[in-house]
Design a protein around this ligand. Structure first.
Ligand code: ADP
Length: 416
């Protein structure tokens, strides 16, 4: 499905970075009439030169069923794109056509995908050559505008392709984590089950013994048996509760909904998380300049889960007080958020396992907070890393996809 808000935001961000202006759009549309004839039939001609056997008809979905093959659909959309590339308007419909090329490219088989990439590259050089030879006095400036336009359009197609491939990557990350959890769970459940089996065996033996004593008319050991019986019954009750907790945690994991990513202010999210998970008065909280930090693309509820887990862990690690620092910075398309505490730290041998499901060093811990956080962040296209020194403190660094600084999700009408 096309996520319009995300597409618009990415488009605006790219346009700003490539310095695509209204003037560029104007220049291209003035030069368009001189070049239009060069463009007609271009995709057909290039497709045949790139792929002499042309996959038309032989690609899945073709084969005489009357339905368009993926390559035919792609070519149709490429033709529509070429029609508008010089004259615009570069509006939402135009964006959607680009997006569609990326999606179809993701759907097509590997061979078709390679052909489309080649087609786009050849198209680019053909357009640039045509421009250079036909555009007269404004050639150089026009060429620069065309290069920007093509960079922008190919980036949108690439984005659509990546977005189509993303759910696949996310679901395989979830599968791997689930497999790890299943393995860990089997191990964890064995412990309460063994205890229950031991206690049940003891109670059974006790019952038999009791019966035997009654048969010979003795009442020996009655007080001891009642005490032991109560102890074993209580032990069984505790272990059943523990097993129930483990299964409850598993179902939280399995039923995590898919993220609904939207542009979010980091500062506001963190403030909300601190309100929900207050640290003690002995902890000094320093929040870097998050209002100026770039906005992120994330699911608000899921980001609360992540921050909540980190804040509760930091609070527990600094039971005696300390400092909690949060800073953010932009790194390319991502935002890095570092959450540092001066708590107990993590032993070097535990460090590689803290993000794994069911790893815990706490007597009443479940060891799922960080594993869930990692899964949520990876599903959003980000991640989490940890650095720590025993006795000195710990830093968790989150990465999240950045959203553009200007966030109105309006359509890029006429010009971006
Ligand atoms: P839980 O809190 O239930 O143990 P988590 O997945 O949240 O589960 O954390 C796993 C383990 O990582 C903790 O048991 C603890 O050993 C370690 N840990 C997490 N955060 C910190 C921290 N800020 N400081 C020290 N140790 C931490």
């Amino acid at each position: 499905m096309v996520d319009l808000t995300r597409t618009d935001i990415r488009y605006r961000d790219l346009a700003e970075r490539l310095d695509w202006t209204e003037e560029d759009a104007q220049l291209l549309s003035e030069l368009a009439p001189q070049l239009r004839d060069l463009l007609s039939g271009l995709s057909d001609e290039i497709l045949r030169s790139v792929d002499p056997g042309s996959e038309l008809g032989s690609a899945p979905g073709g084969g005489g069923t009357g339905a368009a093959s993926p390559m035919e659909s792609i070519q149709e959309h490429v033709d529509l794109w070429i029609e508008g590339v010089l004259s615009g308007p570069y509006d939402r419909d135009y964006l959607m056509r680009l997006w569609q090329i990326g999606l179809l490219q993701a759907e097509a088989g590997l061979a078709s995908r390679r052909t489309v990439t080649l087609l786009l590259l050849r198209l680019r050089s053909a357009l640039v050559d045509a421009f250079a030879s036909r555009s007269g006095g404004d050639g150089l400036r026009g060429l620069a505008a065309l290069q920007k336009r093509l960079d922008l359009d190919l980036a949108v197609i690439q984005d659509a392709y990546a977005a189509a491939a993303e759910p696949e990557a996310a679901s395989s990350a979830r599968m791997t984590t689930l497999q790890q959890i299943m393995g860990g769970l089997a191990h964890e459940l064995r412990q309460p089950l063994n205890t229950i089996r031991g206690s049940a065996y003891y109670l059974g033996q006790l019952g038999l013994e009791q019966q035997g004593l009654e048969q010979v008319g003795l009442e020996q050991g009655g007080a001891l048996s009642a005490e032991k019986t109560a102890e074993h019954l209580e032990r069984i009750g505790r272990q059943v509760e523990y097993a129930d907790q483990i299964l409850g945690a598993l179902s939280t994991f399995v039923s995590l909904p898919a993220p609904a990513a939207a542009p979010l202010s980091l500062g506001e999210s963190l403030e909300e998380a601190l309100e929900r998970n207050p640290v003690s008065g002995d902890v000094v909280v320093t929040i870097g300049n998050l209002e100026c930090a770039p906005t992120v693309l994330a699911d608000p509820g899921q980001l609360q889960i992540v921050f909540g887990n980190l804040l509760r862990n930091a609070r527990e690690a600094m039971a005696e007080g300390g400092c909690l620092d949060v800073v953010a910075r932009r790194v390319g398309d991502q935002v890095e958020v570092a959450v540092s505490d001066t708590g107990c730290g993590i032993a070097a041998r535990d460090l590689p396992r803290v993000l794994d499901p069911l790893f815990t060093t706490k007597p009443r811990g479940m060891g799922l907070g960080l594993a869930i956080s990692r899964l949520l962040l990876e599903t959003l296209g980000g991640g989490i890393q940890v650095a720590s020194e025993l006795g000195r403190g710990t830093t968790f660094t989150l990465t999240l996809p950045a959203a553009s600084a200007s966030l109105e999700p309006a359509a890029p009408e006429g010009s971006p």
